[in-house]
Design a protein around this ligand. Structure first.
Ligand code: MTE
Length: 320
């Protein structure tokens, strides 16, 4: 008998917390934080280990005005305390545990089909890029959305630094496995490390960025600090957190969620309100931090910049 295991993000609509209850709970968190009441992220940060606290600080840059999110930013407290990060567990409230993750030293190995394999320290990588702020919508496959100002640089700049060979067709992101700080890694059922990938043509699209900051601050561990991928026209699971290795290959990678259940989560995972997840609708999304549900847009509203990339691709599930 096949036992269908359910993940934290897989809430069948019939069994889901009623929207009003869920929204009430979210606004309560926002309200409590605003009033400085118990459990605020600030209280917990005071107790952080030195190496984690040292990493905090400003990471601001000029705004790239080309991409306007068209809706208000999600309150910071919601974005810092409502996360998907399976290395820390299957619940949304893993931020306290995640905030303890040491992010110094941090380096990224570049290998596979490249002119020269190497490992770059995070600080040295930052010296080679020009930071900018991108105001993006983020759509999780679970039918919720947030709107956030990332600080980062175009992924195509990382490709220039990496110098992939012309045979490379895919760029693959491997993410941190720190067993001491990430209790979720002991769940051997998952195919760790969390792995994601893009085709080279997607990676060269200007919208794809590497983020190192959020809300003008260095990226917090629970949001993927110190360095993560952001691909705003795809479901959020493509935007891998805590990158430690970037590999170039001529073969499509078996990505984390596709390996868990390839029928439900694919390689392409482009946002499309007309293509439901096998167990729930993708037509609308709940805006975290606001008492609001809004229609989901094709390619999460970024069609004018990305739709052409997929015109020639036939016979593949582009929207799951
Ligand atoms: N990256 C890693 N390494 N592990 C994860 O569990 N979850 C993904 C993505 N990147 C995940 C990850 C999912 S499902 C989403 S929706 C986003 O991160 C959530 O990002 P946020 O917590 O910053 O909102």
């Amino acid at each position: 008998m096949l036992i269908r295991r359910r993940f934290g993000w897989e809430i069948p609509e019939a069994a889901a917390t009623p929207e009003s209850v869920a929204l009430g709970r979210r606004s309560l968190i926002g309200g409590a934080a605003a009033l400085g009441l118990a459990g605020s992220a600030r209280d917990a940060r005071a107790a952080l280990p030195a190496e984690a606290a040292e990493f905090a600080g400003p990471m601001s840059a000029p705004v790239d005005q080309r991409y306007q999110p068209g809706r208000p930013f999600t309150p910071t407290e919601n974005v810092y305390t409502y996360n998907n990060y399976y290395e820390f567990g299957e619940e949304k409230g893993i931020w306290r545990q995640a905030e303890r993750l040491p992010m110094q030293p941090w380096s990224i190995t570049i290998d596979g089909l490249v002119a020269k394999k190497r490992t770059i320290a995070f600080e040295d990588l930052l010296k080679q890029v020009t930071l900018q702020e991108r105001l993006y919508r983020h759509r999780c496959v679970e039918a919720w959305g947030i709107t956030i100002p990332w600080t980062g640089f175009p992924l195509k700049r990382l490709l220039e630094i990496a110098e992939p060979l012309s045979a490379a067709k895919y760029v693959i992101f491997y993410t941190a496995e720190n067993r001491r700080y990430m209790p979720g890694l002991s769940e051997a059922w998952y195919p760790w490390p969390y792995t994601e990938g893009l085709t080279m043509f997607e990676a060269e699209n200007d919208l794809a960025i590497i983020a190192v900051g959020l809300y003008g601050q260095k990226l917090k561990p629970q949001n993927g600090g110190p360095i993560r991928l952001v691909v705003p026209w795809k479901y959020g699971f493509k935007s891998a957190k805590a990158i430690v290795r970037v590999t170039f290959s001529d073969k499509r990678p078996l990505t984390f969620w596709a390996e868990v259940d390839g029928n439900e989560y694919g390689f392409w995972a482009n946002v499309n309100p007309a293509v439901p997840h096998p167990r729930w609708s993708q037509a609308r999304e709940r805006l975290i931090g606001f008492d609001k549900v809004v229609p989901t847009q094709i390619y999460n509203g970024y069609a004018e910049w990305v739709a052409d990339m997929y015109k020639g691709i036939k016979g593949q599930q582009l929207f799951r």
